[in-house]
Ligand binder design. Structure first.
Ligand SMILES: Nc1ncnc2c1ncn2[C@@H]1O[C@H](COP(=O)(O)OP(=O)(O)OP(=O)(O)O)[C@@H](O)[C@H]1O
Length: 218
């Protein structure tokens, strides 16, 4: 199993006292599978995604990625798993403004020592970005910028792709196109995809769905 999260608990300390966001979440995802994560605003979707992506740690529970429990690792070991196996796409494209599209796409793959120029060329072609490779992010439309961000995430060939409302900043038609491209490439590379979305329509495009309510799977 690619991802196996068991009994995940997370409490935030706030000015009003402790706030328990996740109260025992279980989920599994294998390579080649797609899973939508839905739930009302504030239900803990981003929190869960951050825990699975190793950007934060749960208070309780296991998060096994490829057989290793990232919840039990120190920061350095967790960062290594994240760089080697996990790719994240955010709603804000988070491109580096001073780098050309080509260098934005290969940025994380280079950091992870996984740069494969032929794969970058393929990704750019599939994402319809070949003519944009020498441009800077500010010269691109929102849909193009998000395609660059997705290509950047897929460039190191992650086994697990986490996406937090990746099309939330795009109009409906563009969102659909960008999701199509992402699903095609994720399926072809046999990555697992966990995607947070507010959209029932987009969630219906994924193989399965996990709905969060009151800190639990509803
Ligand atoms: N660092 C933090 N400290 C305290 N509270 C937090 C922190 N991060 C998130 N929260 C709270 O935890 C709850 C869950 O937040 P989270 O962002 O995971 O929800 P979400 O389901 O992704 O929401 P949305 O759909 O609006 O993005 C919210 O009530 C939020 O205010």
């Amino acid at each position: 199993m690619l991802l196996e999260a068991t009994n995940i608990h997370k409490t935030y300390q706030t000015a009003d006292g402790p706030f328990e966001v996740l109260r025992g979440i279980d989920l599994t995802l294998d390579r080649g599978q797609t899973l939508a994560l839905t739930g009302e605003s504030g239900s803990g979707k981003s929190t869960l995604l951050h825990l699975i992506g190793g950007l934060d740690v749960p208070d309780q529970g296991k998060i096994m990625i490829d057989g290793q429990d990232i919840a039990a690792m120190d920061d350095t070991a967790r960062a290594r798993v994240r760089r080697g196996a996990v790719g994240v796409v955010f709603q804000q494209f988070n491109l580096i403004p001073s780098l050309r599209v080509a260098d934005n796409i290969s940025f994380q793959a280079r950091l992870a020592d996984q740069h494969d120029p032929a794969w970058v060329t393929t990704l750019a072609d599939r994402m319809g970005l070949t003519a944009q490779m020498r441009k800077y992010p500010e010269q691109l439309s929102g849909g193009q910028q998000q395609r660059v961000a997705i290509a950047r995430t897929l460039a190191p060939k992650p086994k697990l792709v986490l996406a937090d409302e990746p099309t939330g900043n795009l109009d409906e038609a563009t969102a659909e196109t960008v999701l199509d491209l992402m699903l095609e490439l994720v399926t072809e590379t046999r990555a697992g995809l966990l995607m947070v979305t507010h959209s029932d329509r987009l969630a219906a495009r994924m193989e399965s769905r996990l709905h969060l309510a009151a800190g639990r799977v509803a």
